[in-house]
Ligand binder design. Structure first.
Ligand SMILES: *Cc1c(COP(=O)(O)O)cnc(C)c1O
Length: 411
């Protein structure tokens, strides 16, 4: 009996990331993670943390990116569990939007998971993959990026698997020294690649170092290769280079298409104070839980490991069962604030693995069972961009370190 492709991919260890359950939005918000187990209704008295994914914020951010780029088509980067939102949840929000041309991921398993979940837009894999997966990727209509020495062989296997030339993109290294064909070696490599007719180049791309002066030099290198290729009769197709940073900072890099990730989900790539003048992004997620404990400290009582905080006078404190294992940064103790009711309260003591504690003040203004918002656009101080800037944690870390096991609810 022949092994199904799905079984093959599972045994190769590359499928299986698609555990999320999806319900149509906005009719019914639903918890997406089977491991945590709650239904949406359970959230109404759940203490444990959950993540709300805001479909309307994603839609809003897409329109902001479009106006920054004179309506360029968007190759939506949804790598790394869609920046914490949950891969399939984010893909299902983005898929129906005509502004979104295609999806880009950096791991084979994520590309396969998108197809297994029924995503039909082009899926572009910005990663290397072994020859023994090439035929399966072709069958799944996953578009590879090419840059390795064995690229002619990969395209041959893929074209033979599907009985026609495959569509692919070329990854050029113009100065990151991370991935891609070095720009000064690209021409002979391109000539060898297109010689056998196994590939139609649909696009070519590069990544910026995000060093403002060097970015311009990188762009120059990119267009130089593209022009030289055209002169030799090789069309590289759609050119794209701009991630979120260049969407904001480098209009000349917007080219034929833009390739943001962070901005789509509500994170300013560099300086939120400056970049929010150019476009208003909304956090596409909120991290929430319920207050589990409220207590009055007496003068001299201390809070958490190392007795970091000692009460000087009688003071009410509250415990929220969310910690750094859930993705709330340890550094939030140095300036972070948590929203409970209509007020935000300072984080004190330490953010431990599963708990954060806030100073409520002289009166017990919060109660056990109140919803606490640790991250999200619900208040200025819980906006992830504010926390990032205030406590000195990368906005990328805040999004991408959200624990994938927490239930996601689309709201
Ligand atoms: C992550 C990534 C992007 C998106 O970057 P953001 O800063 O999140 O917009 C674009 N291109 C490549 C190659 C990437 O790895």
């Amino acid at each position: 009996m022949t092994q199904s492709r799905r079984t093959f991919l599972r045994s190769a260890g590359i499928a299986g990331a698609a555990s999320a359950v999806w319900a149509p939005i906005p009719t019914q918000a639903q918890v997406s993670n089977a491991l945590a187990g709650p239904s949406a209704a359970d959230l109404k008295d759940r203490f444990d943390p959950w993540i709300e994914v805001k479909a309307s914020a994603v839609v809003h951010n897409v329109s902001q990116v479009r106006s920054l780029t004179e309506q360029r088509p968007i190759l939506a980067v949804i790598k790394n569990n869609a920046y914490g939102l949950d891969l399939i949840t984010a893909a299902r929000i983005l898929e129906p939007m005509p502004e979104i041309h295609a999806f880009a991921v950096v791991k084979v398993g994520a590309a396969v998971a998108l197809r297994e979940a029924g995503i039909t837009k082009p899926v572009h894999l910005m990663a290397a993959f072994p020859e023994n997966l090439a035929a399966d990727l072709a069958h799944l209509d996953i578009q590879p990026c090419l840059f390795t020495e064995n690229a002619p062989r990969l395209t041959q296997i893929m074209a033979q698997a599907v009985g026609r030339p495959i569509s692919a993109q070329v990854y050029l290294d113009t100065g990151m020294s991370r991935m891609g064909v070095p720009h000064d070696q690209a021409l002979p490599w391109l000539e060898a690649l297109v010689r056998d007719g196994h590939v139609r180049l649909q696009g070519a791309f590069m990544g910026f170092t995000e060093d403002p002066d060097y970015d311009r030099e990188q762009l120059e290198r990119f267009t130089t290769v593209s022009d030289a290729a055209s002169e030799r009769g090789i069309s590289m197709g759609v050119l794209h280079a701009a991630s979120s940073s260049a969407v904001f900072e480098l209009p000349e890099a917007h080219l034929d298409m833009v390739r943001p990730g962070m901005a789509l989900y509500g994170g300013y790539p560099n300086d939120p104070a400056l970049q929010s003048e150019k476009a208003r992004l909304q956090s596409a997620f909120s991290l929430k839980a319920r207050v589990v404990r409220v207590q009055q400290l007496q003068a001299g009582d201390s809070v958490s490991y190392g007795r970091n905080y000692v009460a000087e006078k009688p003071t009410w404190v509250a415990t929220v069962p969310v910690g750094h294992t859930d993705g709330y940064p340890r550094k939030a103790v140095s300036g972070g604030r948590i929203l409970i009711g209509t007020e935000t309260y300072p984080v004190i003591g330490a953010v431990s693995a599963s708990h954060a504690i806030v100073e409520v003040g002289e009166s017990p203004k919060v109660r056990v069972g109140d919803v606490a918002t640790l991250l999200g656009s619900e208040s200025p101080e819980t906006d992830p961009n504010w926390l990032s800037a205030t406590v000195g944690v990368s906005i990328y870390d805040i999004f991408m370190h959200l624990n994938p096991l927490l239930p996601r609810v689309v709201t």
